[in-house]
Design a protein around this ligand. Sequence first.
Ligand code: ADP
Ligand code: MG
Length: 551
Amino acid sequence: MSAEKLSFQAEVSRLLDIVVNSLYSEKEIFLRELVSNASDACDKLRYLALTKGELLGDDAAFAITLTTDAKARTLTISDNGIGMDRDELIANLGTIARSGTAAFVGELSGDAKKDTNLIGQFGVGFYSAYMVAEKVEVLTRKAGEEAAWLWTSDGRGDFTIQQSEKAGRGTLITLHLREGSEEYLEADRLRQIVKRYSDHIAIPIRLVEGDKTETLNRASALWTRSKSEITPEEYKEFYHHAAHAFDEPWETLHWQAEGLISYTGLLFVPGSRPFDLFHPERKSRVKLYVRRVFITDDCQELVPEYLRFLRGVVDSEDLPLNVSREMLQASPVVQKIRQGIVKRVLGELQKKAEKEPEAYSGFWENFGPVLKEGLYSEHGSDREQLLKLARFRSSNGDGLVSLADYAGRMKEGQDTIFYITGEDAAALLESPQLEGFRAKGVEVLLLTDPIDEFWIPSVVEYEGHKFKSVTRGGTDLAKVKGAEKSDAEKKEEADSKDDVGSLVALMQLALKDEVKDVRASERLTDSAVCLVADEGDMDMHLERLLRQHKQ
Ligand code: ADP
Ligand code: MG
């Protein structure tokens, strides 16, 4: 059959340009990427075969195989995983389907040096093969199908696809190595790379030399090993594979729960904020395994939304292997695991907050706005704990403060936690509404996340102290000690009260269609007037937010 020529999506071409011309020094990571894909492909098929055993045929032992041909200068990576049909091949290796890669392209600057640095941060998946290969062939056959397809490209603008033949299912990738990349023909070098990046892969990675076959990795699931035997490097590589992320994990949690339900959790808090954290479709991607068999990375019941930044795996001993998506939704086992995860993660964050406040601030900058969603969605002890974990900017200074800090600094007679909401902390500090508070040394929290408008009304108070917006009427500063007036001030006030009274009456008349009321207030020291919301009305910032979203 004749070959069909297709163009890469423009973004892919841009990406390939950089990969091909890349000065990135760690070219060896291409092998990590291809092995990672092969392992994912095996995981996917193993799961499908739970209900469709015939997909495995007589080839039930998953493996990833490396072979080299010095004469032809080729390295091949093959797997007996799920394979791809024609449409999948075009979609997966011709467009940008993967979120990490999309982010990479979005960040491209055109400056070769900067762009090359980004390769290491984002990882470019399959396309990284072009760092070492001038031509790549992908021969693949989907499990359960007869037709095989051959994808070929030199990574410049287009690729060809043609129908082909392949003995078994899975994918065989042939790299025609570039001049200067001969090292990837050497067994020692391949051993070294697999050990470095892919030892944790749970499927055997074999190197075939002539009639000799050698397994290069440990081939046991990393999370089943005991913590003391796992190095930080190994955890990091596992995180890169499991999360499709390329930063350093900020925190690694690895634990075994035994008792009524048994499971192993290996979860990571990423070191940087994934760019799509606030994307409406953004979901948790913690992978669920049942007794070492990958089940899904789309079990939304496993992790609450406000912890959706977590990555990693949970491996249950109690769920049945043939668990369906519907069963997962209603499963009490999943609910129990979820509670366990929440307890573990929040407890660990609490420890970090106490022991390493600076590192915790960094975490909070990245994920605080997400955790705050839990203040809104959760009740009871989880909410209590989240309130303890929450950090805020305040009128007091630069750093982040906790509610306990705030409460500890409350003035005598103050029983309220004052806050102001808006988009930008610096701008909030300039608000006239803050003047009276500042003059009396009363701290005000500066809330700048949209979610703040939603959790405050549902949380209402912290340890008996009500939250109150300074942009609302009826904010009673006079009760605060130190805010009491001297006799001279009181007299002056009484004198001016009449004047103010008539001014207010005038303004009420002039603005009667614009505002609900005009009142004399204690909250200003320098400014003449400011806008406030009435006690029972919507907060001003919320009103503005909703108006922006045309609610
Ligand atoms: P990612 O692995 O993050 O999705 P990649 O660029 O590494 O991104 O791969 C793109 C897609 O190509 C994969 O999601 C997968 O669907 C498909 N793919 C790549 N390699 C294989 C393989 N060996 N077997 C089956 N599918 C593969
Ligand atoms: Mg990949």
